[in-house]
Design a protein around this ligand. Structure first.
Ligand SMILES: Nc1ncnc2c1ncn2[C@@H]1O[C@H](COP(=O)(O)OP(=O)(O)O)[C@@H](O)[C@H]1O
Ligand SMILES: [Mg+2]
Length: 369
């Protein structure tokens, strides 16, 4: 095997929240540790963002998806170029792309599997616009090996943390339980329902610092009803996405919501916290007594307060910052590591998290020529 050397990598990621393209300049070392040198949150131009939401809502055609694949590639390049203009070219770029559809089910037609996932933002566009090689399209290799193609961050969690539950609260929430046998799964919605309701009732993209949540009252009967969704009861491995917690799903749920929009925000925030606590109760061994929170949800103090309330008292709540890692850039750092492994041919999926049949090297390499 080729001798491992440190690599300077720009990693690019946009999650299900679609709040920004996160770009991180990282150094990844042979011991698989990763240091963030600089990070930026690059906002999609407004019309591109609304096109992506049109795709999420199922109201876009193949023409829109075709165009957005290239347009998002340009947006990702712009984010990378901001770092390149300040720090120079990295050894290579790693891009997660923008997930527009995730179908982790065992359906088939004519005995042919339909399990699939789609991240767009074409790597050739990024290579051409930055002058760098690009490693991208991680999830496909895991799906091809029978996995769900998610969650992938577990691989980094296992390398970077000792025994703990590492909880990411992005659009969707996912946990990695780092223990003798690490496993992980999506616990359910993170910010996706909160953001949707903030947009609908307050014309704002999210509940900044949990202010609206703090001012509302949790409607316990509606919360009980929301907690009955079958996803929460399914055994891991399991993953979900915007296709499930969709606009239609949320609009249906809102038919039974309290009248005051502040109470709606308080209750859907409680749903995120309570489904995380419920997942721990059901699926996480009791000897795990530390939870390390990351993702944008870590910046919502109302959500944090509710998590503390719902989790068993023996669990200590920490943030990635307590370990010197930015909650905001943790996922890009994880993808920098995944790309480093692709480069060196090191298997980088964890079958105990994704359900894949075997360990594979995920990621496709696009050369800048
Ligand atoms: N200061 C804050 N107060 C409340 N919520 C926040 C704050 N900062 C970020 N968030 C939430 O985090 C979300 C983004 O989280 P992120 O981890 O980037 O998710 P994703 O990986 O899905 O893009 C935002 O849409 C918002 O709901
Ligand atoms: Mg984000």
């Amino acid at each position: 095997m080729e001798e491992l050397k440190p690599k300077r990598i720009i990693a690019l990621m946009s999650g299900t929240s679609c709040d920004s393209i996160d770009a991180g300049l990282c150094d990844v070392y042979p011991d698989l540790s990763c240091k963030l040198i600089s990070g930026i949150n690059y906002n999609y131009p407004e019309h591109i963002k609304s096109k992506i939401f049109q795709i999420f809502s199922g109201n876009a055609g193949i023409k829109d998806i075709c165009q957005m694949n290239f347009a998002i590639g340009q947006c990702f390049s712009n984010a990378a170029n901001l770092l390149i203009s300040e720090f120079g070219k990295p050894d290579f770029i790693v891009s997660h792309g923008q997930t527009v559809y995730h179908y982790p089910f065992d359906d088939s037609i004519d005995n042919i599997s339909l399990k699939s996932t789609l991240q767009i933002g074409d790597s050739a566009v990024i290579a051409e616009n930055t002058g760098c090689d690009v490693i991208s399209n991680f999830r496909e290799a895991d799906v091809a090996a029978g996995g769900e193609g998610a969650p992938l961050v577990c691989f980094a969690d296992e390398k970077w943390f000792k025994k703990a539950a590492v909880q990411n609260i992005g659009g969707i929430s996912n946990v990695t339980v780092v223990s003798d046998e690490t496993f992980g799964f999506d616990t359910g919605p993170g910010n996706v329902i909160i953001d949707y309701c903030m947009n609908k009732f307050f014309g704002m993209p999210y509940d900044k610092d949990g202010e609206i949540g703090f001012s509302g009252k949790i409607c316990e009967s509606w919360l009980d009803c929301l907690m009955q969704d079958e996803y929460y009861f399914k055994n891991p491995p399991k993953t979900t996405g915007r296709e499930y917690f969709s606009k239609i799903y949320i609009e249906n749920a809102l038919k039974f919501a309290p009248d005051d929009p502040k109470d709606i925000i308080a209750t859907v925030t409680a749903l995120t916290a309570k489904t995380i606590a419920f997942a721990y109760e059901r699926f996480v061994p009791e000897d795990i007594n530390e939870v390390i929170i990351g993702g944008g949800g870590a910046y919502n103090p109302y959500l944090m307060k509710l998590l503390k309330l719902y989790l068993p008292k023996y669990i200590e709540l920490k943030r990635h910052e307590d370990y010197g890692i930015s909650s905001n850039f943790k996922e890009v750092m994880a993808f920098a590591l995944l790309g480093y492994c692709t480069y060196y041919n090191i298997p980088n999926n964890l079958p105990s998290c994704t359900g894949a049949k075997r360990r594979v090297v995920m990621g496709k390499i696009t050369k800048y020529s």
